[in-house]
Design a protein around this ligand. Structure first.
Ligand code: IPM
Ligand code: MG
Length: 357
């Protein structure tokens, strides 16, 4: 089969890790007889530098015309002083919204080989964990009314969170369906003791749970969830939550796997086109030094094979190769524990994974 993939390399380590993932896809193409056509587009800081806009029209059009999108990361200190509307991050929100990608799947599981890299004690991670965070991606406070005004104490800034019935119901349905395909346990995370949006969220999740009697459902307040994640991550299977809570909890979940450099994500909408990106950022401190861990982006490409192209066996081949390389003891700098030797570079890690396919 033939697939057209838009490549949004972005900023910082983005180009290095995206090139690594594209090379892995090439190898999958060779091995399984597919053709992947890659077209690069500008996004984020590099787009600002070249066009004055973080999300040029050609980028949106190119992504809309593609079968799927692979993204690296955006942002960096060079553009930090820009106003909100002009920042590289705005482009990321813009492309998620333009492509209608309201679901963000962020799997976090413990690779047995990386157990030593997890900051949690053995007695906690010993049980292992395999969590799927289902984050709402195109609503909530990220997209609500915002601005500056004069308030009780003078100058103030505000951001508002709004969630419609429709937005909550559609992400809830994805979460219940996801739970049905896994171990049928779903935890919805909110702040219903304080926020109206969370109370509506909780009401709709309860209504949905009536439709899915097989799913063992519970709700949890976000502060408790943050604590439970480090106390006993094995209690979770699928977690569904709002845009901002999902952003925060997924970084926490990533760290307990050993490194944020391992966490992939899939952003999906109503159709098969998705956008796939590591959950980590552009890591400006190591950009251009060939030190980044390409694994999260490579695993994101595997998610693309599975969720957008229906290539389950091919996705499994990438994941198995990552496992094999980790089991063999190969580590990028972020994964290295004391006494584990020298770290592999980004390109060396990529090559190891390609060789293992
Ligand atoms: C993420 C990132 C983004 C987000 C930023 C860069 C806008 O943190 O994908 O988790 O908050 O969604
Ligand atoms: Mg984040």
């Amino acid at each position: 089969m033939e697939f057209n993939i838009a490549l949004l390399r972005g900023d910082g380590i983005g180009p290095e890790i995206v090139d690594g993932a594209a090379a892995v896809l090439e190898k999958i193409g060779e091995k399984f007889g597919h053709r992947f056509n890659f077209t690069p587009y500008l996004i984020g800081g590099c787009a600002i530098d070249e066009t004055g806009e973080p999300l040029p029209k050609e980028t949106v059009e190119g992504c809309l015309a593609s079968d799927s999108v692979l993204l690296g990361a955006v942002g960096g200190p060079k553009w930090d002083g820009l106003p909100g509307e002009k920042r590289p991050e705005k482009a990321l929100l813009g492309i998620r919204s333009a492509l209608g990608l309201f679901t963000n799947l962020r799997p976090a599981s413990l690779y047995p080989a990386l157990r030593a890299a997890s900051p949690l004690k053995d007695e906690i991670v010993g049980k292992g964990f395999d969590i799927m965070i289902v984050r709402e991606l195109t609503g909530g406070i990220y997209f609500g009314d915002r601005g500056f005004r004069q308030g009780k104490y003078g100058e103030e800034a505000f951001d508002t969170e709004a969630y419609s019935f429709t937005e909550i119901e559609r992400i809830g349905r994805v979460a219940f369906e996801t739970a049905m395909k896994r171990s049928k346990r779903l935890c919805s995370v909110d702040k219903a003791n304080v926020l109206e949006t969370s109370r509506l969220w909780r009401r709709i999740m309860h209504e949905l749970s009536e439709e899915y009697p097989e799913v063992e459902y519970r709700d949890m307040f976000v502060d408790n969830a943050a604590m439970q994640l480090v106390r006993d991550p094995s209690q979770f299977d699928v977690i569904v939550t709002s845009n901002m809570f999902g952003d925060i909890l997924s970084d926490e979940a990533s760290q307990i796997t050993g490194s944020i450099g391992m966490l992939a994500s899939a952003s999906l909408g109503a159709g098969t086109r998705g956008m796939y990106e590591p959950i980590h950022g552009s890591a400006p401190d190591i950009a251009g030094q060939n030190k980044a861990n390409p694994t999260a982006t490579i695993l994101s490409a595997a998610m693309m094979l599975r969720y957008s192209f229906g290539l389950t066996e091919e996705a499994g081949a990438v994941e198995a190769a990552v496992n094999k390389v980790l089991d063999a003891g190969f580590r990028t700098a972020d994964l290295l524990c004391a006494g584990e030797g020298d770290p592999l570079s980004c390109t060396e890690m990529t090559t190891k994974i390609i060789e293992a396919i």
